[in-house]
Design a protein around this ligand. Structure first.
Ligand code: NAD
Ligand code: MN
Length: 498
């Protein structure tokens, strides 16, 4: 164990920190001289300085993407050619899995073991899956009258901007970039300002895999400068966004104020995880409930942040849950045994702490956690925290926390559970634990959420659509549904003469 710990720390000094934006197939030379510093959330120490691309630099990047698109080198290439390149990229990502996991852990504070087990392999599989898919999809011929033919074909939409958050930097990027590239588009990826490292590395590896210059660009910078410039750009055809609901709404406004660019939004959540008294295995459910809120420090859009427990089993279940919560111990993210990493930044930790304070003030009952730990590390670590007696009108019962804080509520009947579950502006995910098939099916139909997990929480792969009802967003990532967002539909009518 000690051996491995040393192993990752030994690699840090030798690890290049890629901070330069990547445009038109090379490290960008920029007009803007603005920079900002990024930090390792586990130590508070600086990792590097990153350029903020301003409007002029964004214009150059969009021009490069447009020129590449218009050249047809990628947009008009055979699907089988794009497949070959994307599969090479997936293989390169796999070859660099340790480096990418290290960069992700250093930049986000997440445990290296999680980055290796989840972030990187899921990103690889997204790239490979869309590569594999794209030469197996046929266009359509419509069932028209006999003296005409109508073809319905799909074309790449053009220049796509992907704006992503900091919680799973490479994975969120790949959910967007993979289908966008597979469909033949040119892409500008704007990573979250806090977490640009793996995005830049992805662009470098994409070039090595054979993505033509200008087809895949990474534009670094802040939301209000770089993100806004993309959102308002007259020559960006589509925005695919993951982040907060507030900024998602902003992108709808940018679209309406500019060129009516297509917008897909994956936003926030306050997902309910419902445990019925007839749950077949309370230990299994308690393990999943703890994982559902404490994995990735709770910085997960579909975190099961509201635990709804039927009152007859509540005491027994909470005892098991607290035992499972204790398995998440804040530690050095580069120690392979660490189960709980650092929160992304000091301001974010302060926001989570203020929500914890609101829970105390509003009368919730703290069952465990609640405090900052490992302050001597310089990093931003919080204990896994569980509040019982949370009501629907308390702040922590309503607002997305995006930290390791669970709100427990109880209910008597299935109707009441569904009412509480749906009493949210969000509708991203929901969990449901029951051994009764009728309960499973009737309740899952009534829950307003993009994903319902029955007798599991967080089951995930690239084959299924992912996204939200209500203010959790518009559109879906993953699966073939995501691919169609990145395509225009064209109907071509042919009049026949016999
Ligand atoms: P955020 O909305 O603050 O930022 C997301 C991205 O938008 C970043 O790249 C940021 O630079 C950019 N941005 C910020 N302000 C902008 C502006 N005014 N104009 C243009 N761009 C701007 O979100 P965050 O704090 O990075 O991430 C946390 C949020 O993301 C949470 O609400 C979480 O639920 C959500 N999220 C959702 C999913 C999902 O799939 N539904 C996945 C992960 C995270
Ligand atoms: Mn933010």
């Amino acid at each position: 164990m000690k051996q491995q710990k040393t192993h990752w720390h030994d690699r840090v000094a030798a690890q290049r920190i890629p901070t330069v934006a990547f445009v038109a197939g090379r490290r960008a030379t920029l007009q803007s001289e603005d920079i900002y510093e990024i930090f390792n959330p586990a130590t508070g120490k600086p990792l590097g300085a990153v350029p903020i691309l301003g409007e002029q630099d964004v214009n150059s990047a969009v021009s490069a993407a447009r020129a590449a698109f218009d050249s047809g080198v990628w947009s008009q290439s055979a699907p089988a050619e794009r497949k070959a390149v994307l599969l090479r990229l997936a293989a390169l990502l796999e070859d660099h899995a340790e480096e990418l996991a290290l960069l992700e852990s250093l930049n986000t504070g997440k445990p290296i073991s999680d980055a290796l087990a989840v972030d990187i392999p899921s990103a690889v599989s997204a790239i490979a899956w869309y590569g594999e898919a794209v030469d197996k999809i046929y266009d359509d011929v419509a069932p028209t009258a006999n003296d005409v033919m109508a073809f319905i074909t799909r074309e790449p939409i053009g220049v796509v901007a992907a704006v992503v958050p900091w919680n799973f930097p490479l994975l969120m990027a790949c959910w967007k970039v993979a289908p966008a590239l597979a469909a033949g588009n040119s892409v500008l990826l704007k990573p979250a300002e806090l977490t640009p490292l793996t995005a830049i590395r992805l662009a470098e590896l994409a070039q090595e895999a054979g993505i033509p210059d200008g087809v895949f660009n990474v534009v670094t910078g802040t939301g209000p400068v770089t993100g806004r410039a993309l959102g308002l750009h007259m020559d960006v055809d589509a925005i695919t966004f993951t982040g907060s609901t507030a900024i998602g709404k902003q992108f709808m406004a940018y679209s309406s104020q500019s060129n009516l660019k297509r917008v897909s939004l994956e936003c926030g959540g306050k997902s309910p995880n419902i445990v019925m008294a007839d749950c077949r295995d309370l230990d299994e459910a308690a393990l999943a409930a703890a994982f559902g809120i404490f994995f990735n420090q709770g910085e997960v859009c579909c975190a099961g942040s509201r635990l709804l427990v039927q009152d007859s089993i509540k005491d027994a279940f909470l005892e098991k849950l607290i035992t499972q919560a204790a398995e998440f111990v804040a530690g050095d993210p580069l120690d392979p045994d660490t189960t709980l990493g650092a929160l992304i930044s000091q301001p974010h930790m302060a926001k989570v702490q203020s929500l914890i304070a609101s829970a105390h003030d509003e009368g919730a009952n703290l069952l465990c956690g609640g405090e900052q730990v490992r302050a001597e590390s310089g990093g931003f670590f919080l204990e896994p925290t569980v509040f019982d007696g949370v009501s629907q009108d308390m702040t922590i019962g309503r607002e997305e926390i995006f930290g390791p804080v669970l709100s427990v509520m109880d209910f008597a009947t299935p109707d009441e559970a569904v009412q509480i579950a749906n009493n949210s502006i969000y509708g991203l995910g929901a969990g449901l634990w029951t051994s009764n098939i009728d309960t499973a099916l009737t309740m899952s139909k009534r829950i307003k959420a993009g994903t319902v997990w029955v007798n599991n929480y967080d089951e995930s792969d690239i084959t299924v659509p992912f996204g939200g009802y209500k203010q959790s967003g518009i559109g879906r990532d993953k699966s073939l549904q995501a691919l169609s967002f990145f395509q225009e539909t064209k109907t071509t009518w042919i009049r026949l003469r016999g």
